[in-house]
Design a protein around this ligand. Structure first.
Ligand SMILES: NC(=O)c1ccc[n+]([C@@H]2O[C@H](COP(=O)([O-])OP(=O)(O)OC[C@H]3O[C@@H](n4cnc5c(N)ncnc54)[C@H](O)[C@@H]3O)[C@@H](O)[C@H]2O)c1
Length: 250
């Protein structure tokens, strides 16, 4: 039997990279997917291929989150699986960053994860069923050069995941995180686009930090998200799964 048959899944940042690969994987396993993204047209194209639903949502804007979640529920039904995947980094050595940049990065990666969870969790708790997967990062575990506020935000996501796992357990709601290493997506290559050679070296530094000495593919992360979201992980909560070619081992 397909693991997500009859299940509804909301994926933020579902238009690109890891989110898009996750949507494809879960839809292939029977899920009805809703993709929430600031890139609405891209999300709509993918949703059409997957017979899913797309909604415009900026996870850092609470009104947009509440409206987007309501539209997704109306389209596909109450959410069984939430994948908090939307994220971004502005890159830059910390001394060169500004408080406005910290707010953007923390607003999307950390507050965004909290806001969407806040909109979805009450219904999961009422129905005594649900699985949340938060896409954190190895940056949140080991710290990443050129990504101080991003590392802080992702460490926050890991802590948030554990607290929600504890609060959710008595309602049979599980909450886990994924910590990807360098994964070939537009996000990983943004540093090179912005900073040229320095950005290229930042990416190479991340690849060199893996023991497998390569960047990962979005599909390899989607496989881990699918596992944690599914009933195969029924006794797993509060965990952070590294999908990072062995970049860190704890
Ligand atoms: N690629 C990597 O190397 C890597 C490593 C570790 C963690 N991650 C995390 O994986 C997740 C997915 O990133 P990706 O690599 O697939 O990048 P990506 O840029 O391909 O996809 C990110 C998606 O999030 C969307 N998004 C950005 N800001 C948003 C907002 N405010 N509201 C709604 N949607 C928004 C983008 O439009 C895009 O579709 C992110 O949380 C990222 O931090 C990526």
């Amino acid at each position: 039997m397909e693991r997500f048959e009859g299940r509804t899944v909301l994926i933020t940042g579902g238009a690109s990279g890891i989110g898009a690969a996750t949507a494809q994987r879960l839809a292939a396993e029977g899920a009805r997917v809703a993709l929430a993204d600031t890139q609405l047209e891209k999300a709509q194209q993918l949703a059409a291929d997957l017979e899913g639903f797309a909604v415009a949502m900026d996870v850092s804007d609470i009104e947009s989150v509440n409206a987007g979640v309501a539209a997704a529920v109306e389209a596909i039904g109450p959410i069984d699986v939430l994948v908090n995947n939307a994220g971004t980094d502005l890159f830059g050595f910390f001394v060169n960053t500004t408080p406005e940049m910290w707010e953007v990065v923390i607003g999307i990666n950390l507050i965004g994860t909290m806001a969407v969870t806040h909109a979805v969790l009450p219904s999961m708790q009422e129905r005594k069923s649900g699985s949340i997967v938060n896409v954190a990062s190895e940056a949140g575990r080991v710290g990443s050069v050129g990504s101080a506020s991003y590392s802080a935000a992702k460490a926050g996501v890991i802590g948030f995941t554990k607290a929600i796992a504890k609060e959710g357990a008595r309602y049979s709601v599980r909450c886990n995180a994924i910590a990807p290493g360098p994964i070939e997506t537009p996000l990983l290559n943004a540093a090179e686009e912005i900073y040229g050679d320095v950005g290229k070296r930042l990416k190479q530094g991340m690849v060199d930090a893996t023991v497998m000495k390569r960047a990962g593919e979005a599909d390899e992360v989607a496989a881990g998200i699918a596992y944690l979201a599914s009933g195969d992980a029924s006794y797993v909560t509060g965990q952070t799964l590294n999908i990072s070619g062995g970049l860190s081992m704890w």
